[in-house]
Design a protein around this ligand. Structure first.
Ligand code: TXE
Length: 480
């Protein structure tokens, strides 16, 4: 049976108290390993190792740090297949998706921030004849990176890479639901030559080791991705200790589809933005608002594609919908399907658990599901479901579409389909969303800031914003 371990001070070690949690495979419902159920003692050992490694790591030239991160990116690429299989086994996503999205983007994170560190400019201001002011951006020190289960290695590395690039040392905690690839990264980090203590990985539950990490006095900043409720809890714990926070939280993202759009592309991309990763991506477009005069046309074409999505064994190359991450999460999503019926929704396709034969008989599978006839204010259109469930709504005016799009507590992303470039700019800038895609979805340029508005988050990750987050600015003034 696979037994994962913590990475502390460059060594793979068991949890101090010797407690473990079971690792379940979502596609089968069967245990395939154990993960440490670490506690405050493990966190303390990790923070002390990070503190010991910090002086040399932060003093190293950015280019030297960067080379190790780029080496780690190369090792991830060399182990792409084994990492993709581990990701698929742990999370339930199709192997094809782990191979094409999750693992390549984890490598890109290290490659991008490994080179960005060398281009991390600062600023100076000259007061002619009086003084020169320049800004020094010092690494914060030992920081915590905490990530969710939906894109395990992708989001884990998305935080770790910029922190290491600017000279911080990291204590990282992956989700206890999908820790496998984070464990495999521990082994690659050692091969890449990261000095002991620079990167430490502790496994365990949120309320257990996660809370201990957030509260530890040696942690200067917390970069968190996960649910809005959890973000609230972390902010409450961090506030009295004046820790810097970056919170990437939930979403309830709208797709606005205008009649002048490229309909075939809008349908095809909406299929991905609705159901990729079984709808378990915070950036998924779960509310599809369609201009009334093409509503029936869009609906017919969209439903035909949804019904063609194969729900199956994630290891099968033809599978487009794998398993949801856990029985608990599957039941949560099924409860929202029941709620949609109660709120007057008309089920257009899906809506049922899928029982597969063979090795996947005990897996957590669900049909991709589409409802219509639900108003913008109902709970199904207000609350994050985080599964393969979307709603279709016809709108009559641009103003109505923008009002509905903005009408939730979230503001993470939005997708806009129109050929009218003036409308694209006008509507995009009215949307309360940290990321707006026009005629595309999930396109990422790592140089750009990423994050949500309203209850979707605080702070920005990605690009120079991420590097800046892990530093604190000092202004030096020289009198002339
Ligand atoms: O989140 P949880 P999950 C959101 C997505 C969904 C959620 C799903 O919208 O709501 O994440 O991921 C740890 N102190 N996003 O269920 O439960 C926990 O162990 C410290 C948004 O995993 O919040 C796990 O490692 N840590 C995002 C992590 O927090 C605690 C993109 C997340 O757990 C803790 C992806 C505590 N008290 C998913 N409690 C975006 N906006 O980009 C839990 N944890």
């Amino acid at each position: 049976m696979l037994q994962l371990q913590n990475l502390i001070n460059g060594q793979l070690v068991p949890p101090v108290a010797g407690h473990y949690l079971p690792l379940l495979e979502p596609a089968t419902g069967q245990p395939f390993g154990q993960v440490p159920d670490s506690d405050a003692a493990d966190v303390d050992a990790a923070v002390r190792a990070a503190e010991a490694a910090l002086p040399a790591w932060r003093a190293a030239p950015a280019e030297e740090r960067g080379r190790k991160l780029v080496r780690l990116a190369e090792l991830i690429e060399q182990h792409l297949e084994s990492l993709a299989r581990a990701e698929s086994q742990d999370n339930g996503k199709p192997l094809s998706l782990a191979r094409s999205l999750d693992i390549p983007r984890a490598a890109s994170n290290f490659a991008f921030f490994g080179t960005a560190a060398g281009h991390f400019a600062t600023e100076a201001h000259v007061q002619e004849g009086v003084a020169v002011n320049y800004t020094v951006r010092h690494p914060l020190g030992v920081v915590a990176c905490i990530s969710p289960w939906n894109l395990p290695l992708y989001l884990f590395t998305w935080k770790i890479a910029p922190a290491l690039a600017v000279g911080c040392c990291v204590v990282a905690k992956p989700s206890e639901v999908t820790p496998y690839t984070a464990f495999l990264l521990s082994e690659l980090a050692q091969q890449a030559g990261l000095p002991p203590g620079v990167l430490n990985i502790v496994h365990g539950t949120g309320p257990g080791v996660g809370q201990a990490l957030v509260e530890h006095p040696g942690i200067r900043a917390i970069s968190f991705t996960g649910g809005t409720k959890t973000g609230e809890q972390i902010a409450r714990s961090a506030a009295p200790r004046f820790k810097k926070l970056s919170l990437e939280l939930g979403g309830k993202n709208p797709n606005l589809i205008f009649a002048d759009c490229d309909l075939a592309t809008a349908v095809q991309t909406s299929l991905r933005s609705s159901f990729a990763n079984q709808g378990q991506i915070c950036l998924c477009g779960s509310r599809i608002l369609v201009e009334r005069r093409i509503y029936e046309q869009f609906k017919t074409a969209f439903l035909a594609q949804v019904r063609a999505l194969t729900v199956g064994d994630p290891l099968d190359e033809t599978t487009r919908q794998g398993a949801l991450v856990s029985e608990v999460h599957l039941q949560k999503v099924l409860s929202y399907i029941e709620l949609a019926h109660q709120e007057g929704g008309r089920l257009l396709t899906g809506g049922h658990r899928v029982l597969l034969p063979g090795r996947c008989a005990g897996g957590y599978f669900l049909e991709p599901t589409v409802f219509e006839n639900l108003g913008p204010a109902c709970r199904v259109n207000q609350e994050e479901i985080f599964g393969p469930v979307v709603t279709l709504m016809p709108f009559d005016t641009e103003e109505e579409a923008v009002r509905w799009a903005n009408g939730t507590e979230y503001g993470l992303s939005a997708t806009l389909w129109t050929r009218d470039v003036t409308r694209a700019h006008r509507v995009a800038q009215q949307l309360h969303a940290g990321v707006v895609w026009v005629n595309t979805w999930l396109h990422r340029d790592l140089r750009t800031p990423f994050g949500g508005m309203k209850n979707s988050g605080v702070g920005r990750e990605g690009g120079l914003e991420a590097l800046r987050f892990f530093t604190e600015a000092q202004n030096v003034c020289i009198k002339l």
